[in-house]
Design a protein around this ligand. Sequence first.
Ligand SMILES: C=C(O[C@@H]1C=C(C(=O)O)C=C[C@H]1O)C(=O)O
Length: 282
Amino acid sequence: MALELLDHMDTAIDLSDPSSALDLANIRFQLIRLEDTITFHLIERVQFPLNAAIYDPDLLPIPNSNLALPPNLSLADYMLSETERLHSLVRRYDAPDEYPFFPQVLQRPMMAPLRYPKILHENNVNVNSIIKDKYIKEILPEACRDFGRTDRGETKENYGSAATCDIACLQALSRRIHFGKYVAESKFRKETDRFVALIKAEDRTGIDAAITDAKVEQKVLERLRLKAKTYGTDPSTANDGTDTGKINIDAVVKMYAQVVIPLTKVVEVEYLMQRLKGTEWE
Ligand SMILES: C=C(O[C@@H]1C=C(C(=O)O)C=C[C@H]1O)C(=O)O
């Protein structure tokens, strides 16, 4: 059972049932669930300082290894790529909602392949390199920034723990952002003629406007602020003013406003730009 779980992590959406997988309300329910996953993983990560050395191979080089590693790996990259190497052996990346950060390390699964029905159109959209870059350069510095605490500096003893938390954060962010493909497919099937015209005109701005729902985005940010405040506060000290909070609430909202939502929409647009390939509309 445990091995099966890795194939499909905690997505309750039934990717084997096209009507469920493309029901926009169901997809949005999954995106809401992933808000909790991402927020809790970030709360775990920010218990440690930024520990910038784990993202810099010059500051903290990986000892020689007999593994065929990508060159010039940071500790964080080493731990993420080796996690992906292991998980690929149990078919994690056969799942249509899982995207690797290091495709070059994936191994042939040691278990029989699972048959997933074809729901999404063939595409090569993978924005994980952008996700990781923004996570390291924008999200973490903001989330780990001192807020009401003394300067925590670097904690060398937590390098491995911080990198382990990063893996959970990055994998959850990747799944949430690449879920944009199911959103885009759902919208394409609802308004096919509209999107066919925009795609044929290569009108990315028009496609972005067509897939944007400002009201939904606003609700996402309002809900995130409430969740970060609630999950990040010790309920036993919430009202006596002593709770310093476990997470920088503004950082969680900024993460969604400046990275998660914009990149989800990039995935939607780029997926749709590939949607007509090999179809009668091409
Ligand atoms: C994901 C969707 O598409 C867009 C992206 C959103 C997001 O990333 O939260 C929300 C609304 C849309 O602008 C959606 O319509 O639900």
